[in-house]
Design a protein around this ligand. Structure first.
Ligand SMILES: N[C@H](CCC[C@H](N)C(=O)O)C(=O)O
Length: 322
């Protein structure tokens, strides 16, 4: 069959969008996993950090389902949600829509550019929880804030939370990519401690209101950026007194930069807003036979050359801020 795809990214965290809203396609979950493994694999047809299926929703303007490159479905995807926000708002001719995600219906909106000529969107990252039962994390404590996980590392301290996918964040003086990868791989093998796996982020404070975050993503590996991780890391930076609630936090990453705002209400609940680019890279049509997906082929491809160049300028500016 022939499938239209849109290649896009949020802060260099790239995805393949497939629009199922008009029911031109009606895939089974098995087919969505096959599509993800065939199209997202870096050594095959296209390569991305996952796929985003946009579907009709009975309760919101649209529904987003995100699959990691290993075929696992995630509860949430912050960078991907900004790309979905752009696609759906442009398709509906609106600036604000509600997107159904696995655990919540989230408000998304086009907002003022964070950098010249960069389509910019803001999304809610919710629900947030520090409860080990919800993360899930094996722990006898009601919260795991800035504490060791002895099974993972003898001295690093971590804060664990779900937004609502699972995250652990450690604060270091310098971020070493090898450490991020090694701790990330090990954390995702500790199923007795983190039964559903986990996204692992290393955070460095650069200046007041500015941090650098690098993440090993569950089901993917090291990525340029992870939206939910940058959101989770922003909350952790406020919990540890490195940043202030209700003040803009610039989060730098290997793929560029985003902005987060963290709010704590009177009941002790947390709310995170993630603002950043939604950049289109190319449209393409893919021909695939699900009985033999390895033989999939790209039929045509049209690049968004100006958008790619505009984003490169943001990435360069962000590199100089780190
Ligand atoms: N790998 C993540 C899902 C993608 C999250 C990331 N791409 C983002 O932008 O939040 C997980 O399994 O929880």
């Amino acid at each position: 069959m022939k499938i239209d795809i849109l290649k896009c990214h949020g802060s260099g965290n790239d995805f393949i969008i497939i629009d199922e809203m008009d029911e031109k396609y009606s895939f089974t979950d098995e087919e969505r996993v096959k599509l993800t493994k065939q199209l997202a694999a870096r050594n095959k047809l296209i390569g991305s950090d996952g796929t985003l299926f946009i579907q009709h929703s009975e309760q919101a303007d649209a529904r987003m389902r995100m699959f990691n490159t290993d075929g696992s479905e995630a509860e949430m995807c912050g960078n991907g949600l900004r790309c979905v926000a752009r696609y759906v708002t442009e398709k509906m001719g609106r600036d604000t829509v509600i997107i159904e995600t696995m655990k919540a219906d989230l408000e998304v909106a086009r907002v003022e550019e964070i950098f010249e000529n960069i389509p910019t969107y803001e999304v809610a990252i919710e629900p947030v929880s520090l409860s080990p039962d919800i993360i899930p994390l094996k722990s006898d404590e009601p919260e795991h804030i800035d504490k060791p996980i002895k099974e993972l590392h003898p001295s690093l301290t971590f804060t664990a939370l779900s937004v609502p996918n699972p995250h652990i964040v450690t604060v270091v003086d310098e971020v070493n990519e090898t450490d991020v990868r090694q701790i990330g791989e090990k954390a995702n093998m500790l199923k007795e401690v983190l039964p559903n796996g986990v996204n692992v982020s290393f955070l460095k404070k650069v200046a007041d209101g500015r941090v650098f975050v690098q993440t090993f993503e569950r089901g993917v590996g090291l990525t340029n950026a992870c939206g939910t991780a940058m959101s989770a890391s922003s909350l952790v930076s406020c919990l540890l007194g490195l940043n202030q609630f209700d003040e803009k936090i610039t989060v730098l990453n290997p793929g560029g930069m985003v902005q987060c705002l963290v709010h704590k209400d009177g009941q002790g609940d947390y709310f995170i807003r993630l603002r950043g680019n939604a950049t289109y890279e190319f449209n393409a049509s893919v021909k695939i036979d699900f009985s033999n997906p390895e033989n999939a082929e790209i039929l045509e491809k049209t690049a968004y050359e100006e958008e790619i160049l505009n984003y490169a300028k943001l990435a360069e500016a962000a590199e100089n801020m780190a």
